[in-house]
Design a protein around this ligand. Structure first.
Ligand code: B12
Length: 356
């Protein structure tokens, strides 16, 4: 019976499962756990009450899995493709953040981590206590990924890999067994130029390492169930589901190594025009059923019809395209008041733009 698990075998197996990065860390209290309380106290979590629930568990993995000794951190590099300009820059098409170009990433990462857990159990020859985390568990994922040497935390708050840049999705496997070797954190290597904080269209990064979710386009377009503050609407441009500006502005390479291109995991995030850059007029024409059918199995379902159509109306208002008016006029009579109000705002903005 082994008392510690073989790090090299775990690493090899994680890579074989399709992950781009794997790092192993002892399950200690998160290094920046103390950043959580002031962030919450400042209201920067934008009312996402679940982030404020039980902050001690979020800080300490041993409270998430009793007896946790190790964390296997993995990352999937995604969305490095440069979208064709005829779609990305088309004023009548919206922009979807790259993490949502494929299926729900939780469904890609979590089952593979479960498979990894079962592999480790087989290798050790005994059952283990383990827990998989991909967003849904109260865990400061970036902190553990940094400790496991996957990358460093940048001023954008993103975990940035010197190999793949910040376009990474993270997952963790907590284990109640020690590993025979752990990885070392990488040195902080965020550039002095603060490209990410400067690139944020809504000023959601007022200071390094501090994200104000109330202004973050990702929160405004996905988690926010109400109106988008009018003063921020013009800054959304044509982002209709998440935003990548703090990542694509990063000086670290936003590249997917050729060695990993073409694997099923990466193929899942290939640019598809109608998912990554949907025609905004088409979105505004979707009824509830049409919305659910079109976005079945994709992360866009999270915004719900009313959220996505609200965002599409704002994007068309920002398009400056007179051709957008008929779709917006129809949306201004939508049964949903939220959509009606945003469509009316968009029509006013187009009129103002036309009057110069
Ligand atoms: C809530 C949430 C959001 C919220 C709030 C974001 C936020 N920054 O907190 C919203 C909806 C806005 C959001 C947006 C996005 N999210 Co999000 N989100 C989460 C979630 C579920 C929890 C984050 C959390 O705990 N926040 C609390 C704050 C205090 O913690 P933190 O963000 O990790 O910040 C750390 C740093 O600030 C650090 N710190 C503080 N001070 C200092 C000082 C120094 C010097 C250093 C080095 C570090 C440091 O300590 C904090 C604690 O570790 C995580 C998954 C998870 N469970 O971790 C995914 C996660 C962070 N999101 C992710 C992604 C992909 C995104 C988006 C890119 C999506 C998009 N394209 O639209 C954006 C990016 C926004 C951004 N720049 O952070 C990935 C990030 C992967 C990566 N490479 O880092 C995660 C890890 C999901 C995953 N499993 O892959 N998200």
């Amino acid at each position: 019976m082994y008392t510690s698990a073989d790090s090299d075998k775990i690493r090899r197996q994680a890579l074989a499962l399709g992950f781009d990065l794997v790092g192993l860390a002892p399950a200690r209290r998160a290094a920046h756990a103390d950043a959580l309380a002031p962030w919450l106290a400042g209201g920067r979590h934008a009312g996402m009450g679940w982030l404020a629930r039980d902050p001690e568990t979020r800080a300490d993995p041993a409270r998430l899995l009793a007896g946790a000794k190790s964390i296997v951190c993995v990352a999937l590099a995604y969305g490095a493709e440069i979208p064709p300009a005829q779609c990305w820059d088309d004023p009548l098409r919206g922009r979807v953040a790259r993490f949502a170009w494929g299926p729900d990433y939780h469904d890609l990462i979590a089952p593979r981590l479960e498979e990894l857990a079962r592999y480790i159990e087989r290798d050790l020859g005994r059952p283990l206590a383990w827990k998989v985390a991909v967003d849904f568990a109260p865990l400061l994922e970036r902190d553990h990924a940094a400790r496991a040497g996957l990358g460093f935390i940048g001023k954008s708050n993103m975990l940035v890999s010197p190999v793949f840049g910040p376009l990474l999705l993270l997952g963790e496997l907590l284990l109640d067994v020690a590993l025979d070797r752990y990885d070392e954190p990488l040195p902080q290597a965020c550039c002095a130029a603060s490209c990410c904080t400067a690139a944020c269209p809504t000023g959601a990064l007022p200071e390094p390492y501090q994200l104000d979710a109330r202004r973050c386009i990702s929160w405004l377009t996905i988690e926010n169930k109400g109106a988008i503050p009018e003063v921020l609407r013009p800054n959304l441009g044509r982002w209709i589901f998440g935003c990548d500006e703090c990542q694509t502005s990063c000086q670290w390479p936003v590249v997917c190594g050729s060695a990993v291109e073409g694997t099923p995991l990466h193929a899942a995030f290939r640019f598809q025009p109608e998912l990554a850059t949907p025609r905004l007029e088409e979105l505004l024409a979707l009824d509830e059923r049409g919305f659910r059918e079109r976005f079945a199995g994709t992360p866009l379902l999270r915004a719900k019809r009313r959220g996505l159509l609200r965002n599409a109306a704002v994007a068309l208002g920002n398009s400056g395209a007179a051709a957008a008016r008929p779709a917006l006029e129809r949306a201004a009579t939508d049964p949903d008041e939220l959509i009606r109000d945003h469509a009316a705002w968009a029509l006013r903005r187009l009129t103002a733009a036309a009057c110069g």
